[in-house]
Design a protein around this ligand. Structure first.
Ligand code: B16
Ligand code: MG
Length: 218
């Protein structure tokens, strides 16, 4: 039996930053003269910043020159960072701190595998950054999920075989990326939307230590 390794997505798995992304994208949409709903925000989960802006502009039926897009993405990020810099450990999603500590104590390697370019800052805010054996985020990849690049780099950094990696994801594109990488995928959230996952859980609270023990055994 070869050694298992875990790869965690960030937004929607370790912390709910989607609500802050939403506030910042909504302000941008409103400034451009259209509304942006929470339902529409679902489309941005797990998607890169550039792709998020494209989707938002499609929703508002707005087209902008490239230079302007860069500028408003910077503005959006600055607004988003105002929320992020106020975050603390109390925002870690239910059960996740316990899971990370269990893995650490038992010498089971784990990495972050996130699309966010702010991932290191967020993990620092949550006081989790030193727990991770590796961090792969939006700054380290050239292709966004569902491309498996982010997870394959994470496996490499952990010295793990992709087939021994277990990915925890909340986004359809993330589950797809894990499957393409040949890893075990655990989907957190809507079972219908994430039906491609090997294992489905309603929330992070269901990712128990007993389940982790089972996953390590198999
Ligand atoms: P940033 P994840 C993703 O994080 C978010 O789900 C997605 O909504 C966001 O657009 C993306 O990060 C990029 O974030 O603007 O901080 O670089 O789920 O892959 O951890
Ligand atoms: Mg996510």
């Amino acid at each position: 039996m070869s050694k298992k390794a875990f790869i965690f997505d960030l937004d929607g798995v370790i912390v709910d930053t989607a609500k802050y992304h939403y506030k910042a994208w909504k302000k941008l949409a409103n400034d451009l003269g259209f509304d942006f709903t929470e339902t529409q925000n679902e489309l941005l989960k797990g998607v890169s910043r550039v792709r998020s802006l494209e989707i938002l502009l499609e929703i508002g039926n707005v087209s902008l020159p490239e230079g302007e897009k860069t500028k408003i993405m910077q503005d959006k990020n600055e607004h988003y960072l105002q929320y992020i810099t106020k975050m603390g450990q109390e925002e870690i999603l239910e059960g996740m701190y316990k899971v990370l500590l269990y893995l650490k104590k038992n010498n089971i390697p784990f990495s972050l595998g996130s699309a966010s370019k702010n991932a290191r800052l967020i993990l620092t805010q949550l006081d989790l950054i030193d727990l991770f054996d590796a961090i792969v985020d939006g700054n380290d990849v050239s292709k966004a999920k569902p491309d498996p690049e982010v997870f394959l780099i994470a496996a490499q950094k952990l010295n793990a075989n992709p087939k021994d990696c277990i990915v925890i994801e909340d986004a359809i594109a993330g589950v797809e990326a894990a499957n393409i990488a040949g890893m075990t995928s655990i989907g957190i959230g809507d079972k219908k939307a994430l039906n491609a996952a090997d294992i489905n859980l309603d929330s992070t609270a269901e990712l128990t230590i007993d389940m982790i023990k089972e996953l390590i055994k198999n």
